[in-house]
Design a protein around this ligand. Structure first.
Ligand code: NOJ
Length: 885
């Protein structure tokens, strides 16, 4: 990516960019933009309370050995070495999107941090896996995990230390939000399971996973702080954040994730990268996070406040304006420690967290260095492209890391395909059918499958959205490739405009491909700045018109949709010729055979919707619409509270076009013999949390200034970020320490706390995961086709409790193996204490609202097809019920 490109991606309009550029160019140090973190126009009831200090890492038993090793290493580090490893070396200053500083004297290498959540970004010989939303649509835990394992193996194979995924925020609150497709679906549990299994799979390969973006980055526009304007503030109440948006982060932390990326936006008026309540309070104390927090790219907006608030690593290291050699940390962090403003204790904790994560994944043993470059596809090139005058060398070694992972990718793409409609068993098709295929989405982009940087265009088959959450395709198996290799009588019209004068012959079947795209804000595609602004929720490229014309000509039309999220179907879904609809989501490189195997009946579709499809946008609350420009700080207030997606539809008795969890099959399944078993008896609040274990201790004395002096005769690279100071600078900073004191934020303290009752282990109080009930159910294939069934388990809270709760909430799910006709499988779902609790904002704890109260656990194949209910009071189950929603 060019310098101009990144500039343009960050500051709009361009005039502001050049203004900033000039201001910053004349300044020798980064501009301190703390003033940008004022609450401005945040409504008074939304509070980002101060929470200090940062809890030391290392108190959880699972990490104690890694912390022990880390402490030994950190104890021997100089100030400059410590500052170096907490910060990137600058934008475009290495092979990876992020390159931390190193401590070579102690054997600690530079860490390579690399996108994306669906495959190695900007690389070669890698797999372009299906996007998160596709994985969510499988509802298949084993595939979620298998993809994580494969991703981890590929990232390791390229020498990447830190995988910048999975994306578990945005959650999908806003149907138009640009990056919802990177995550697993618009429900906290679906998102959490997808995220946690990815973390597990990736980290088992020795790669540090990163759950991102923490938190409430639910739209793209106005997300970033610039010198001109703060990023938007997501204003939310304590209960909603806990019960919806935090849930997937908690599960990722429970799975032992090594890093968390702080989001661009603010929450309750305070930027996520320096929101002490979010980082110190919720993440590191309540959720017991033991790894390190990195900023999103150029999301850091201050030096000392971000350190005090719990940020541990600045990425890519630059200040707000990149490529000037300015940083809030690096040399500034050395200075801030010497002059006493950042306590040594905080620096030690930052460093220890990073080094401990490195040990925790075993990266101290035989971990390969990077062998690829995110900056170029050439074999050789500048080692530090951002430096302008850079030494050159080998940057791409073209290591093939695919290792048969295409099969995992294909299985996911296939098992995600969600059949919404299939009148008269129109599907599956015979390979002898006369097929007329329409839509550019059916074939590869004729300009080249990777011709748009970061997939920033909507041309040809849509396998992924756009932005940093992408990978280059090694190949793209398009629907046309696969259909024409399977069917004998195919005519393709590679157009989104229905050809005039076309007439149908008897027996013709039209297959119409439409799509809807979205992505990250630094690229605008067809007028959409990431979020679906101009396109709205309709199909792109006049897909609705294409479909209506096809439906007017052919009596059998099959619709195939590649999409980032819900689209509106109303213009054509009820037309008599529209016989079948398949959502193939975003299949990555494996778009073709996966689809063909469903179309022609080699397998039955088994995907289910990971979001609700409304009839129209006005069915959703207005507060989940996009926010636009506002003077000062744009405000995004979560007035709908817990009621997003199906939770809102159910609360307002709105029957959507297709409900969350809906998905048809070529066969039918019965759910029978449900058994509910009580496992752990509940109490109103969880038992007392375990006390924190010990954490490393170091001297808290300010180190001598000489630890930060530039080494003699060092060959400095222009604009590269270093942690050293000129001798005079370092001495001057040290002299200040004894004469003045830094004014700490309101509420600041440097005394470690025992931690809140809701904490106690990674993810929170471990008792929250005590299984209260299990429900097992026998699933039988009662139709004439082999297929896989999904069982979804939703909790309905007891009547009469004093908390307002959504009618039903997904809490667990499972998928059968392929069941032949007549075959059965028993699946068991688990419901934990947390699943049956609400977050009580007064008690600051998870509370079972009525111990012994009668919960209903609903089981079925979609949120609106729950025909089986089990009661916790009587421990009885009943079938043939009508869904509560
Ligand atoms: C910004 C994106 O928000 C984040 O997801 C990504 O990991 C970084 N850029 C690095 O490319």
């Amino acid at each position: 990516m060019s310098t101009a490109y990144i500039f343009l991606s960050i500051f709009k309009p361009v005039t502001i960019l050049f203004f900033c550029y000039i201001i910053s160019s004349v300044s020798s140090v980064a501009i301190d933009t703390q003033h940008l973190d004022k609450r401005l126009n945040v409504p008074a009831s939304y509070v980002a309370a101060p929470y200090y200090p940062t809890p030391h890492g290392g108190w959880v038993a699972d990490w104690s050995e890694s912390y022990r090793k880390a402490a030994l290493l950190v104890a021997n580090m100089t100030l400059a070495e410590k500052a170096n490893i907490t910060c990137g070396s600058g934008y475009d200053m290495g092979r990876c999107v992020g390159n931390s500083g190193s401590a070579p004297r102690l054997g600690l290498p530079q860490l390579c941090l690399q996108d994306s959540a669906l495959g190695i970004r900007n690389s070669d010989h890698n797999t372009a896996f299906p996007a998160g939303i596709t994985v969510g649509a499988t509802w298949d835990k084993s595939l979620m995990y298998a993809r994580g394992v494969a991703l981890g193996a590929e990232f390791r194979g390229k020498g990447i230390n830190v995988f910048l995924g999975p994306t578990v925020g945005p959650l999908g609150r806003k149907p138009r939000g640009g990056r919802n497709w990177e995550g697993f679906g618009a429900d906290p549990v679906l998102q959490a399971v997808g995220g946690a299994l990815t973390v597990q799979g990736v980290q088992e390969q020795g790669v540090i996973a990163t759950i991102k973006h923490y938190i409430l980055n639910e739209q793209e526009m106005y997300r970033m702080y610039s010198i001109a304007q703060p990023g938007y503030s997501s204003n939310i109440d304590d209960r909603t954040i806990h019960e919806l948006y935090l849930w997937p982060f908690a599960e990722g932390i429970k799975a032992g994730v090594g890093s968390v990326m702080a989001a661009y936006n603010a929450v309750n008026g305070s930027a996520c990268s320096q929101n002490s309540y979010l980082l110190n309070g919720i993440l590191k104390d309540e959720l017991g996070f033991q790894g390190f927090v990195m900023s999103d790219w150029l999301a850091q907006i201050s030096g000392v406040p971000s350190a005090l608030a719990g940020l541990d690593m600045s990425m890519p290291g630059d200040g707000l304006v990149p490529l000037l050699g300015d940083s809030y940390w690096m040399y500034e962090l050395s200075r801030a420690v010497l002059n006493g403003s950042v306590p040594v204790d905080r620096l030690n904790d930052m460093v220890t967290r990073i080094v401990a994560a490195w040990y925790q994944m075993g990266q101290d043993k035989d971990y390969p260095p990077p062998n690829f470059s995110t900056n170029t596809q050439d074999a050789t090139g500048p080692l530090y492209p951002g430096a302008l005058f850079s030494p050159s060398g080998v940057v791409n070694e073209f290591v093939d890391v695919q290792d048969g992972h295409a099969a995992v990718a294909r299985n996911i793409s296939r098992d995600a395909i969600t059949m919404l409609k299939n009148v008269n068993n129109t599907l599956p098709l015979s390979t002898n059918s006369s097929l007329k295929i329409f839509g550019t989405d059916a074939q590869k982009n004729s300009n080249g499958i990777n011709s748009c940087s970061d997939q920033g265009c909507d041309k040809g088959t849509l396998g992924m959205g756009w932005g940093s959450g992408t990978a280059r395709y090694p190949y793209l198996d398009s629907p046309m490739d696969a259909i024409s290799s399977k069917a004998s009588n195919v005519k393709y019209y590679n157009t989104d405009t229905f050809p005039s004068g076309l007439t149908a012959s008897s027996g013709d079947i039209a297959l119409v491909f439409i799509n809807a795209d979205s992505g990250e804000n630094y690229i605008t595609v067809e007028g959409n700045p990431g979020d679906r602004t101009t396109a709205g929720l309709n199909a792109w490229h006049n897909g609705d018109t294409l479909l209506k014309n096809a439906a007017a000509t052919y009596s059998t039309v099959i619709v195939i949709v590649h999409t980032v999220g819900p689209i509106l179907l109303e213009e054509w879904i009820d037309l008599p010729s529209v016989k079948a609809v398949l959502f193939a989501h975003l299949p990555g490189q494996e778009a073709g055979q996966s689809l063909a195997s469903v179309l022609f009946g080699d397998v039955s579709p088994s995907g289910h919707l990971p979001y609700t499809i409304p009839h129209n946008e006005s069915e959703s609350p207005a507060s989940v619409g996009l926010v636009y420009f506002e003077l000062g700080q744009p405000q995004d207030t979560y007035t709908e509270g817990l009621y997003i997606d199906y939770r809102y539809f159910n609360a307002h008795s709105i029957k959507p076009r297709y409900a969350f969890g809906h998905g048809l099959s070529y066969t039918t399944f019965s759910f029978s013999d449900a058994i509910i078993t009580a496992v752990t008896s509940l109490t109103s609040i969880p038992p007392a949390r375990p006390a924190k274990g010990s954490t490393p201790t170091y001297s808290t004395a300010i180190p001598p200034a000489s630890e930060a002096y530039w080494p003699a005769n060092f060959n400095r690279i222009w604009r590269y970020l270093y942690s050293w100071l000129e001798k005079s600078d370092a001495d001057a900073a040290a002299a200040v320490a004894s004469t003045s004191s830094y004014v700490y934020p309101a509420g600041y303290s440097n005394t470690q706390k025992p931690g809140p009752p809701a904490g106690g282990a990674q993810g929170g109080n471990p008792a929250l995961w005590d299984v209260a009930y299990t429900v097992s159910v026998t699933v039988t294939n009662t139709g004439n086709f082999s297929g896989r069934a999904v069982v979804q388990g939703y909790v309905q809270f007891p009547a009469g409790i004093s908390y307002d709760t959504p009618v039903i909430q997904l809490r667990d799910f499972a998928k059968t193996e392929t069941l032949a006709k007549g075959e059965s499988e028993v699946l068991t779902l688990s419901f934990t204490r947390k699943d049956l609790s609400v977050w009580d904002t007064v008690q600051q704890n998870w509370v079972v609202p009525n111990v012994g109260g009668d919960y209903t656990i609903w089981v079925g194949e979609a949120s609106d097809t729950l025909t089986l209910g089990c009661k916790t009071a009587s421990l009885g189950c009943q079938s043939g019920l009508v869904s509560p929603a």
